[in-house]
Ligand binder design. Sequence first.
Ligand code: ZN
Length: 379
Amino acid sequence: MSVWHDLVGQEPVVEQLRSAAEGAGKPAHAWLFTGPPGSGRTAAARAFAAALQCNETPRGCGHCASCHQVLQGTHADVEVIRPAGLSFGVKETRELVLRAASSPSGGRWQVVLFEDADRATEAAANALLKAIEEPPPRTVWLLCTPSPEDLLVTIRSRCRLVTLRTPPVGAVAEVLRLRDGVDADTAETVARAAQGHISRARRLATDPEARKRRNEVLAVPRRLTSVGPAVVAAEALVKAAEAEAKATVEELNESETSALRQALGESTKGRMPRGTAGALKELEDRQKSRATRVKRDALDRALLDLASYYRDVLTLQLGAGSELVNTELSAELRSAAEDGTPEATLRRLDAIMHCRGQLGANVNPLLAVEAMTLALRTR
Ligand SMILES: [Zn+2]
């Protein structure tokens, strides 16, 4: 299987990257991968990094040593930067720029894959800009952000743009069916519910707890009958997001830690070689600061699930004829649509988007969500 295999519903991007990797000369020295969460922008950048380092034809074969190392994150000439906290500072960026300027140790290029490059602080972004303005001959930068506007225009204008789209529901469902063995009905339902977010869809299909938590979020609208229940619902929303985040973080931590232990030479009895404690401690610290971010992301996703409910109500009220996201709730959605007006539904959607903005600005989650559920209540 080639390295492009995991890019679901992204044929134009695969075409663009494949031909860039096949080219005889040096590829563009800076690339910006953008796309909505879950569209696979990091996966696309990683596949491209593998294709750039691959020595087989066609490049990105997926089975040579270089491809394997890049995909597993152990290639010496591919550095992956994954900001753990909410921001990435100037000191770290300067160090990174220095490392990036060195010649590859054995690979074809020195590749730096910067996930969530939008988390670079302003000073960090300026340090990055200098590096991209005067590129070392063998260095290729791969930056990832949700949208091009998330980066300084001066950086953006020096990058070749790679735009991933939200994968179509059908493509996501197909992957779940063929690769994860999910039955056709479930695959279709969760692909729709996840709105193109593949890993989210996979989690919904394989983890009953995740499905249960989503159902609890979607049960919120019918509970918002007065002030008391609205306050209770807010608390439940925040708690559900925390539980979701905990599950995600634990799973990630476990696989990362075991990958690192193996890479550092863990014995079959589980003993670690001398001198590896520092690296493990560093990973642990990174995992701790990531937890904060994951918690915020989980709450944001719950709000998007909630928004999908009102979006469905609005679709029905306007008779727009587009498909519902939450087909399993169609009876309830229909009666909610009849009971209200499109204006009221729009006001509710606004309240949810406002809450998302507040959370982005680090307002206390419970307070922000409480204000939202109060605005959502029916009387
Ligand atoms: Zn290869």
